[in-house]
Design a protein around this ligand. Structure first.
Ligand code: KIV
Length: 288
C-alpha cells in the first residue's frame, strides 16, 4: 500500500467516541438523523454523527408519536443506516419502554441493538433517574448519548412537547440532570427544546459536548431531523430552518409524472425496449 493510499484510507476512518468527546468547546459537531441507507450515504459526507432517531416512527411510519416505536423497528433502520454510513459515528435510539425499567434490561436491549445494527452507541432519554443505567451501560462497553430537556417520550406526563428552562425556577433540576448523566459516563448530551441561557449554562457546566436541537447556537453541536431541514413537511417547529424545499420539488416531480402517463408522453421512445435486430433468413430456392 503506498503512502498516498494509507493517508486516503485513514481519512476514511469512522469518527470515534473519543473524537466526539474531544470536540468539547471546539469546532461545532454536525449531527443529523437518518433512517435509510441511501440517505445515510448522502449525510455521511457532511456529518460527524448520524442518529437513527426514534423520530423514524413519525417521519417514516406515520405514527402519532415515538411511543409506539419498537426495538425491531430501530434494529431494522439502524442496520440500514450503518450500512450507508462509512465515516460518521452512528448512534441508535433506544425506544420507549426498552430501558427505563432498570440497568439490566436496558443493557440487554442495548446489546441487541449494537449487535444487530453495528451502530457505535445508543441514545436514551432521561435525567438524573437514568444515570445509574447510563453508568451500567458505559461500564460494560456501550457508549451512551443522553437526552434531556424536551423529551418526546415523556410527552404524556408533560402534557405535550414543551420547551424547558424559560423560567429560572426550572433550571436547577435540569442542570442537575445534565451533571448526573455526564458524571455517569454519557459521551454527549442532546439538549432538546431548551431556552438559550440555560443551554449556554449547561454547556459550560459539563465536560461532555452538548448537541442542541432547539437549544440555540451555544451548544457544542447541532442536530435536526433531516426530513424537517430538507423541507419535507409544510409545518415545522420554530427551531427548524428549511435548508431545502423537497416537498415542493417532489410534488412537482410526481405531478409531471402523472400528467405524462395520462398524456402517453411517458415512456418515450428512449425509455422503451425495441426488438433486437435479426438477420433476414437466407431464402433457398427449391425451384428446379
Ligand atoms: O428521535 C430523534 O430524531 C431525536 C433527535 C431529533 C434528537 O431524538
Amino acid at each position: 500500500m503506498s503512502a498516498r493510499n494509507i493517508s486516503n484510507s485513514c481519512s476514511q476512518k469512522r469518527v470515534t467516541v473519543p473524537q466526539i468527546l474531544a470536540r468539547k468547546g471546539g469546532d461545532p459537531i454536525v449531527c443529523l438523523t437518518a433512517y435509510t441507507a441511501p440517505m445515510a450515504k448522502l449525510i455521511d459526507q457532511f456529518a460527524d454523527l448520524i442518529l437513527v432517531g426514534d423520530s423514524v416512527g413519525m417521519v417514516v411510519h406515520g405514527l402519532e408519536s415515538t411511543l409506539d416505536v419498537s426495538l425491531d423497528m430501530m434494529a431494522l433502520h439502524g442496520r440500514a443506516v450503518r450500512r450507508g454510513a462509512t465515516r460518521a459515528l452512528v448512534v441508535v435510539d433506544m425506544p420507549f419502554g426498552t430501558y427505563e425499567e432498570g440497568p439490566e434490561i436496558a443493557y440487554r436491549n442495548a446489546v441487541r441493538l449494537i449487535k444487530e445494527t453495528g451502530c457505535e452507541a445508543v441514545k436514551l432519554e432521561g435525567g438524573a433517574y437514568i444515570a445509574e443505567t447510563i453508568q451500567f451501560l458505559t461500564d460494560r462497553g456501550i457508549p451512551v448519548v443522553a437526552h434531556i430537556g424536551l423529551m418526546p417520550q415523556a410527552k404524556n406526563i408533560k402534557g405535550g412537547y414543551k420547551v424547558v428552562g424559560r423560567r429560572q425556577q426550572e433550571w436547577r433540576d435540569i442542570e442537575n440532570d445534565a451533571q448526573k448523566v455526564a458524571e455517569a459516563g454519557a459521551f454527549a448530551l442532546v439538549l432538546e427544546g431548551v431556552a438559550e441561557p440555560l443551554a449556554e449554562k449547561i454547556t459550560s457546566l459539563i465536560d461532555i459536548p452538548t448537541i442542541g436541537i432547539g437549544a440555540s447556537n451555544k451548544c457544542d453541536g447541532q442536530i435536526l431531523v433531516t426530513d424537517d431541514m430538507l423541507g419535507m413537511f409544510q409545518k415545522t417547529p420554530t427551531f427548524v430552518k428549511r435548508f431545502a424545499d423537497l416537498e415542493t420539488e417532489i410534488t412537482a416531480g410526481l405531478q409531471a409524472y402523472a400528467e405524462e402517463v395520462k398524456a402517453r408522453t411517458f415512456p418515450a421512445q428512449e425509455h422503451t425496449y425495441a426488438m433486437l435486430e435479426t438477420k433476414p433468413e437466407l431464402v433457398v430456392s427449391n425451384a428446379t
